[in-house]
Write a new protein. Structure first.
Length: 249
């Protein structure tokens, strides 16, 4: 059987760009709050917490779509590990940077740390077909059931410790600026893989196959393709610009 031709499916890049632009607007407001130019509660106000949930969900669902395409197009393990090392290295940079800015609540398992772990899991399970929908639902359900289960079996309090809370089977959220544990978020990425495999079989045009986009539409597509670089740079640039604006005024 011939190997599928590798190509960029541009609607995935557009989805990723939409998540990035939404994330940028969210972080701009967060940074204004950090510099005390506005007064908002980003940790408890549902207006902000639900936005964060939606942004992370879109990112991880899109990452699942991308993995489905990579497997379908025959991505080698060598290429997979090259990309994985980039993500893991970027996660370490996020930890180092957050230690400088938020020493009491630095990021030790944020979105990039989670993606680095989940990429391996979804790569190994990408061929499980319709089971991925069920596994995704189980991952999401376990997150909501965890507090009651831990109350019923106090020995499971061990999952609240820093050594294990990255799994997400917790009853207390840890103090950290970005926390994206495997539960429930692995479920979202599994759903992305399942949706991607379904679209590749039946609705390839939905993923953006065909004639490449032109004109202004190329800008968000390019943003989606350089998402990791953008992710690393946008917060230092936003904070730097806000600080500079404060000095000038």
């Amino acid at each position: 059987m011939a190997q599928p031709t590798a190509q960029r499916l541009e609607h995935i890049d557009l989805l990723r760009a939409a998540a990035m632009l939404w994330m940028t607007a969210y972080h701009f407001c967060f940074d204004l709050n950090f510099f005390r130019l506005i007064r908002e509660d980003f940790y408890r106000d549902p207006f902000w917490t639900w936005q964060r949930t939606a942004i992370v969900s879109l990112f991880l669902f899109t990452a699942g779509l991308s993995q489905a395409v990579a497997v379908h197009q025959g991505q080698t393990w060598a290429r997979f590990w090259r990309r994985w090392l980039q993500v893991a290295g970027a996660a370490l940079l996020v930890t180092a940077g957050s230690l400088l800015v938020f020493p009491g609540s630095f990021i030790y398992f944020g979105v990039l740390h989670s993606i680095a772990v989940m990429l391996i899991v979804v790569r190994l399970t990408a061929g499980w077909g319709a089971w991925l929908w069920l596994l995704g639902a189980l991952a999401v359900g376990l997150k909501w059931a965890a507090p009651s289960i831990i109350v019923a079996w106090p020995a499971l309090e061990v999952f609240n410790t820093p050594w294990l809370n990255w799994l997400g089977f917790i009853s207390r959220k840890p103090v950290t600026e970005d926390y994206v544990p495997l539960l429930p978020w692995l479920g979202v990425m599994w759903w992305g893989v399942a949706a991607g495999r379904w679209a590749l079989r039946s609705h390839l045009q939905w993923l953006g196959a065909g004639k490449p986009a032109a004109g202004l539409r190329r800008l968000p597509i390019l943003m989606g393709r350089w998402s990791l670089t953008y992710y690393l740079l946008h917060q230092p640039l936003l904070m730097g610009l806000i600080w500079l604006g404060m000095q000038l005024t």
